[in-house]
Design a protein around this ligand. Structure first.
Ligand code: M6R
Length: 615
């Protein structure tokens, strides 16, 4: 989960690579580096820190001319984040230079062999092993770079997206992928390489997404030749037309991507159901569901696999599917599921949820489920991502690019898609009446406007953030549909403010966490009118008698919780199953403001990356 960028063509490579790295920084920001071919030799600079630090360094110490280059922004796996472990890495001769996103699992045994053959290593990385393996093959087999890369990769166990070039052949870059994404932008006599299309979107709308176990030789003025790494067969690549535009990936006047993405939720949710739902005609249509209706209706159960925020959206869907469509649901952490020999049959439908579509654990869970005969349906945001391609069918969330590491609009749009699916299946199974079906759709159609109203609490949420920003712990409580929202609220706070927070079902409090409550503990309680309201009010009483500070998330006009809580944040009323789409909003804003007030890097929190492509 690093970002890689490359360029070969007629323009200066440096500004393209630098800008590309800034756009890919969400993938990792421990260190960064760029290697350029200046017409005679390779010029390379790298540093611990962010792409801005790299830019300062390069502009102080290195000429930036050249129209071939590669760049990398790193999320450290092998070796601490320091200058030496940063990419790009040279081979021993200094002829080859490489960037790599992924993990070479058998690097230690390969390294031992290379050391025996006289190779030396400066860094602790698996990547330096790979570039020397390629060099070794190239020398021993007296072969071209492309062939050497292919032979070397056939000895490698692990995951990779790589770009490598040879200073003696400065008219080509060789790229390959297994398990980590790699896109090639096709311009007029120029080519771009990147982990996603954002670095080249203003130059070309045409891109090839390499499939797993494919490699390509990208030649100046000649084009792209794609092959299978295993058997060397030529592949006729599909050139995709990109829908993404530049405005979508820029901050649009907001201070941070996270804030922009929080505020985009009304339109993102609208985009998610637009064209799929017609309340007046009583229709929900999603191709991936219609085409596989029999499979869904005959399923014994649905197993949801996902990680992090997507797992929380999966938990919300458990309530929706069981409540509306009466289909049993199990929600699994993909990272646990993949390693515990789960019972899966061809009567199971697996729904894999992922914003990025690149999460390694979720991908592995999908492969396992498929190998056991299950039908796998993907709910992804990134079009053309690995998970979107690996699943049997799917539905995109259409949230637009999410750059902030903390997931916001991905969560609410995932819930929206899952609600549409549950409603469609419920209607097909006859577990809800046509009037209930319409009522749900009408309520869903009102959600974007209601999210806008929920966002109006921003200024008040900020004052609450100011009061509690120095707390060491937070508790988040919710019941039913809002229990996963409590988990999500706690995750948001933890990941960007580094304050310890826990989400709990409100009624579980008395089985342990209640012991934590004293006058220093802020407790966010989701207490909307629909769903266990009276029970949650009792839980609030229990907190109050232990002097906890109560921040209630309540339905507009609420009196009862207002009388008990220290603060209340109102959200508009809706039906119970849709409340998560509204109650999530103030929790996102609360974590955003606290993190900002504490001086944290909201969009790029420490130790994290947007797409977790390592297990
Ligand atoms: O791209 P995915 O939805 O598969 O990512 C899963 C998690 O890594 C992700 O949701 C993570 O927990 C976020 N940082 C949460 O804000």
């Amino acid at each position: 989960m690093c970002g890689i960028v490359g360029y070969i063509g007629h323009r200066e490579a440096y500004p393209i690579i630098l800008k590309g790295l800034k756009r890919l920084e969400y993938r990792g920001y421990d260190s960064a580096g760029i290697a350029l071919f200046d017409g005679t030799d390779i010029k390379l600079s790298k540093t611990k820190g962010k792409v801005d630090d790299l830019q300062d360094k390069i502009e102080r110490e290195m000429p930036t001319n050249g129209n071939l280059g590669i760049g990398h922004t790193r999320w450290a796996t092998h070796g601490v984040p320091n200058d030496v472990n940063s990419h790009p890495h040279y081979s021993n001769s200094g002829d080859l230079v490489i960037i790599h996103n992924g993990i070479i699992e058998n690097y230690e045994s390969l390294k031992k062999e290379l050391i025996k053959r006289g190779y030396t290593f400066k860094s602790d990385t698996d990547t330096e092993v790979l570039v020397n393996l390629i060099e070794d093959v190239k020398k021993n087999e007296n072969t071209k770079l492309g062939k050497a890369v292919q032979i070397a990769l056939n000895q490698v166990v692990g995951a990779y997206a790589i770009a490598v070039f040879d200073k003696h052949k400065p008219n080509e870059i060789v790229v390959a992928r297994l398990g980590s994404p790699l896109a090639i932008g096709i311009g007029e006599d120029e080519f771009f390489i990147a982990s996603d299309a954002s670095p080249f979107i203003e130059y070309t709308k045409n891109a090839i997404y390499l499939e797993d176990e494919e490699m390509a030789v990208v030649r100046r003025n000649k084009g792209v030749k794609v092959r299978k790494i295993k058997d060397d067969s030529l592949v006729d690549p599909y050139v995709q037309e990109l829908q993404l535009n530049l405005e979508q990936i820029e901050k649009g006047g907001y201070e941070h991507f996270m804030l922009k993405e929080i505020y985009e939720q009304p339109s993102a949710i609208l985009d998610t159901f637009r064209g799929r739902m017609r309340p007046n005609e009583g229709i929900i249509k999603m191709a991936g569901i219609e085409d596989n209706m029999k499979t869904f209706l005959n399923a014994n159960r649905i197993i949801v696999v996902a990680c992090g925020t997507s797992w929380h959206a999966g938990l919300v869907s458990e309530y929706i599917f069981e409540d509306l469509a009466r289909i049993p649901v199990e929600v699994e952490y993909a990272s646990e599921f993949r390693y515990r020999n789960p019972v899966i049959t061809d009567k199971d439908v697996v729904i894999a949820i992922s914003q990025s579509g690149e999460t390694a654990d979720t991908l592995a869970a999908i492969k396992l489920a498929k190998s056991r005969g299950a039908f796998v349906f993907g709910v992804c945001n990134v079009v053309g991502s690995s998970i979107a391609r690996e699943t049997d069918a799917g539905a995109y969330t259409h949230a637009g690019p999410e750059i902030g590491v903390a997931s916001t609009k991905a969560f609410t749009t995932q819930i929206t898609v899952l609600t549409l699916i549950a409603l469609r299946l419920a209607r097909a199974k006859g577990t809800i009446s046509s009037s209930e079906f319409r009522h749900h759709m009408i309520e869903l159609e009102l959600i974007p406007e209601k999210v806008k109203r929920a966002l109006e609490s921003d200024a008040y949420v900020k004052t609450i953030a100011d009061i509690y920003k120095n707390a060491s712990n937070f508790l988040y409580l919710g019941r039913g549909y809002n229990f996963p929202v409590a988990l999500e609220g706690a995750l948001k706070l933890k990941e960007i403010s580094y304050i310890h927070a826990e989400g709990y079902p409100a009624a579980e409090m008395k089985h342990g966490p209640i012991a934590l409550i004293d006058e220093n503990m802020p407790i966010v309680v989701i207490a909307t009118k629909k769903g266990h309201y009276e029970k949650v009010v009792s839980n609030i009483q229990e907190i109050k008698s232990r002097k906890g500070k109560i921040i209630g998330i309540v339905t507009e006009g609420d009196e009862q919780v207002r009388a008990l809580a220290d603060h209340v944040i109102e959200v508009p009323e809706t039906i119970e199953s849709l409340t998560p789409l509204l109650t999530t909003i103030p929790l996102q804003l609360l974590s955003y403001h606290i993190a900002l007030m504490l001086g944290k890097n909201v969009d790029q929190p420490r130790n994290l990356a947007k797409a977790v492509t390592v297990e």
